[in-house]
Design a protein around this ligand. Structure first.
Ligand SMILES: [Zn+2]
Length: 429
């Protein structure tokens, strides 16, 4: 099923012509922004120097720091009266970025979300529970308006009161749900404790944090649904940038709206299909906040194979954000790798917390893990064996020695939005 078949299956030649036309429009739009006037001047180029898609390489990158420096409205390319809504990034590092939307931006955004939802088989017959934060976070209103555009019955449940969320799923016959993967796991736990079967639920859309294939298997088994990965970032409207189709092998990114590059994060050089690097996006239809070559910090690659569904080139699932990446004694560790290991071990649950300390100039990582209900016997020799097993499995995947502390089932915090599983106590280096 397609929402916009002509655009979703556009031929390579037509796509290239459309991208170039839209890139030129975007370049003109960015000339309303002093940051871009300055960047182009420094690079010694004008918008007229960009005559082909390859010329994109001449344009300097835009970074998160550039956006932070423009706080609050420095990146906007239209007069304030044309802005009909603002969202912000979560701002976990420094000032948040303010993202403005014109009426046309909101229309484009809901169009992309509609494409994603129809791509996984959702229709106006579906009832959709949107269990994410509805505030400045883009996940709430973004999916809300996309689902309404498809004609679904939307339940704007937001987060919180998990028992009530489960009652709503059962009472309203909810067929599709959107939330973070960590909250989905919490929903599964609470549903199990209530004896709720969630029989109508068939589709789960999970995003806003990286999650592993073993997490997918676990969520599908416990919630009785098919789980799809959703990718987006507030700087590009929000969710809806890329999404899995029913093949669930990579995410379709909407090339008519986003010009995609993968670069070596250190040298900035372009990488080819199959080579993993940092995703760089130039949005092609954004009016209020156009960006050029925005460095997302997200690690992925362009996929080589054509998808049987007929849509355009996919990107691989995001391995992690550079923001999430931990450097422990010089080794790169993503929390999603820890999750992956824990889910493969039956003795422990999927909940964990990571603490990082510096002891005598050395980084020490401590991982608190809940025992699984089945293995929670409380016998000391048993605990020691499980602890060794978990530490060994983590060591072989991460290449790093860690301290594992086992805790009772239910002892660790649950998260309604993005999980905050890492506490870095190393202080300034
Ligand atoms: Zn596909």
């Amino acid at each position: 099923m397609f929402w916009n078949k002509a655009m979703e299956t556009i031929s390579a030649g037509d796509l290239e012509a459309l991208q170039l036309k839209r890139l030129k429009w975007t370049l003109r739009q960015t000339q309303q922004v002093s940051l871009y006037q300055k960047k182009m001047k420094e690079a010694g180029i004008t918008p007229d120097d960009i005559r082909s898609l390859d010329d994109l390489q001449k344009i300097p990158f835009t970074t998160k720091k550039d956006l932070q420096a423009g706080y609050p409205f420095g990146l906007l390319a239209v007069p304030k009266r044309e802005i009909v809504r603002i969202h912000t990034t979560s701002g976990t590092t420094g000032k948040p970025t303010v993202v403005g939307y014109t009426r046309a931006d909101l229309g484009n955004w809901s169009e992309l979300i509609a494409r994603n939802m129809v791509m996984v088989g959702l229709t106006d017959e579906d009832t959709f529970q949107n269990a994410v934060n509805y505030g400045l976070f883009t996940g709430g209103l973004g999916f809300h308006y996309g689902a309404e555009r498809v004609g679904m019955t939307v339940v704007p449940s937001a987060t919180g009161n998990t028992k009530r969320q489960i009652e709503m799923i059962e009472d309203f016959g909810v067929t599709a749900i959107h939330c973070t993967p960590s909250y989905a796991m919490h929903l599964a736990e609470v549903a199990e404790s209530m004896g709720a079967e969630l029989a109508t639920l068939k589709t789960g859309i999970f995003g806003a944090e990286p999650w592993s294939e073993s997490m997918r298997a676990e969520l599908e088994k416990r919630l009785g649904l098919t789980a799809y990965d959703s990718y987006g970032l507030s700087e590009m409207y929000g969710p809806g940038v890329a999404f899995e189709c029913r093949e669930r092998d990579g995410l379709h990114i909407w090339h008519d709206s986003y010009l995609v590059e993968i670069i070596d994060p250190v040298t900035g050089e372009a990488l080819g299909p199959g080579e993993r690097g940092e995703l760089v996006i130039t949005p092609l239809v954004k009016e209020a906040m156009p960006l050029l070559r925005y460095r997302t910090g997200d690690v992925t690659m362009l996929m080589e194979d054509e998808c049987p569904c007929g849509r355009g080139q996919k990107i691989a699932r995001i391995t992690g954000r550079s923001d999430d990446m931990l450097v422990i004694r010089g080794i790169n560790v993503f929390p999603s790798q820890i999750e992956h290991v824990l889910l493969s071990l039956p003795e422990v649950g999927e909940q964990f917390m990571v603490y990082i300390d510096r002891v005598k100039h050395l980084d020490e990582m401590t991982i608190e893990v809940e025992m699984s209900k089945a293995s929670f016997s409380g016998e000391l020799q048993d605990l020691a064996r499980v602890q060794r097993h978990v530490a060994g499995a983590l060591h072989s995947t991460l290449g790093l020695r860690t301290t594992v502390k086992l805790v009772e089932p239910g002892a660790l915090p649950r998260f309604e939005g993005k999980a905050r599983r890492v506490v870095d106590r190393r202080g300034a280096i």
